[in-house]
Design a protein around this ligand. Structure first.
Ligand SMILES: [Zn+2]
Length: 365
């Protein structure tokens, strides 16, 4: 089993590639290289010689820009992959809901935000691809639902979220607003996309891996729970005593996604924690130093795909260099963002995970 976490700086995105026996693989979320606009998970699979016909499934954990850019390209390139995403009754409802989510983040629907626009176009292309393959829609992920299993290999992959409550709130929202999408500003509280995010549990030959997506702590009410609160209420797929030795830290390490009970009960002390940064602007980013310390303090190894943000303004060129550039007619664009890759491979004989870092990825300890 090989797990590759790809992350770009500057809040551009996150993607995970899983690869196991017989060249089979799966892709969870997608992001693109900000310079070349190439789809990074696809590029990784292609450059490592993967057979795209053996991509078993693709998961869009939630419809946020930093997780879905290029996902339709992944789906198009992988003819046999089953597409999983947050539960929704049908595609048309799903689109309406996503538009509502776009507005939830403050965007007015009339002039949709870039984020919701991009998510929508990715989704529309995914719909066309799925329809052209004769399928009715995506598979609906939900807590405790089996996503993939190979008994002979002792491999099983389950969704840990979204919860029953998150889904029923989701449907309530639709029921209330179904005819009014695009016309009004609502006053009712909305459940954000992160609460509908699909966290995954992977069990491979007794090893436990948790991929936390952007799932946040969530809430608990008399009607049930959402987020990690719901996961910690118990999931049948989580065998007693099994603790994650590999963890894709939820929601870019933000404090709002770090459930204390989760870290104490479901994470092994020897865990290898993998993270990607996210940044909206110079002052709005995760993880900050306190959040990094939280994760590093509870992990045997902590790796992140890059520092958050851009690499800063480039040094001004000297006059001679400028002259040379104009002489040869070069058009250069500055490299603003960087991306990194954390690749960990299970060593079955020694029962441990080996890590390799590429690009801007680095380790804390
Ligand atoms: Zn995210």
């Amino acid at each position: 089993m090989e797990i590759v976490v790809i992350g770009t700086g500057g809040g551009y995105g996150e993607s995970i590639v899983l690869r196991w026996d017989d060249g089979k693989s799966a892709v969870i979320d997608s992001c693109i290289d900000p310079q070349r606009e190439s789809c990074l998970p696809l590029e990784y699979l292609r450059t490592t010689g993967a057979d795209l016909e053996k991509v078993q499934f693709i998961v869009a954990t939630h419809w946020h820009d930093d997780h879905i850019r290029g996902i339709s390209e992944v789906l198009y390139a992988c003819p046999n992959a089953i597409f999983w995403t947050t539960a929704a009754r049908d595609w048309s409802i799903f689109i309406r809901l996503m538009l509502a989510d776009g507005r939830n983040s403050g965007a007015v629907l009339k002039g949709k935000s870039d984020t919701s626009q991009r998510a929508l176009s990715e989704l529309e292309v995914c719909m066309e691809i799925i329809a052209s393959r004769g399928n009715h829609g995506p598979e609906r992920a939900q807590g405790d639902r089996l996503v993939y299993r190979e008994k002979d290999l002792n491999l099983e992959i389950f969704a840990l979220s979204p919860s029953e409550l998150a889904i029923s709130k989701y449907e309530q929202e639709i029921a209330i607003h179904i005819d009014e999408i695009g016309k009004f500003r609502t006053r009712i509280p909305r459940i954000g996309p992160n609460d509908k995010s699909v966290a995954l549990f992977v069990q491979y030959k007794g090893e436990c891996i948790i991929l936390g997506a952007d799932l946040e702590i969530g809430t608990t009410t008399a009607n049930g729970s959402t987020g990690w609160n719901d996961v910690m209420n118990g999931k049948q797929c989580l065998h007693p005593g099994l603790r994650a030795r590999v963890l894709k830290v939820a929601h870019h390490g933000s404090a709002g996604a770090q459930h204390l009970g989760f870290w104490s009960d479901l994470v092994a002390p020897e865990v290898m924690s993998l993270m990607t940064p996210w940044q909206k602007c110079a002052t709005n980013y995760v993880p900050d130093d306190i959040e990094l310390d939280f994760v590093a303090g509870r992990s045997a190894h902590t790796y992140i795909t890059s520092t958050h943000g851009s690499i800063g303004k480039p040094k001004p060129r000297d006059v001679e260099t400028k002259k040379l550039i104009s002489k040869v007619g070069l058009r250069l664009s500055e490299v603003k963002y960087r991306y990194g890759l954390i690749r960990i491979v299970y060593d079955e004989a020694n029962e441990n995970w080996n890590c390799e870092l590429r690009g801007s990825a680095f380790g804390f300890k």
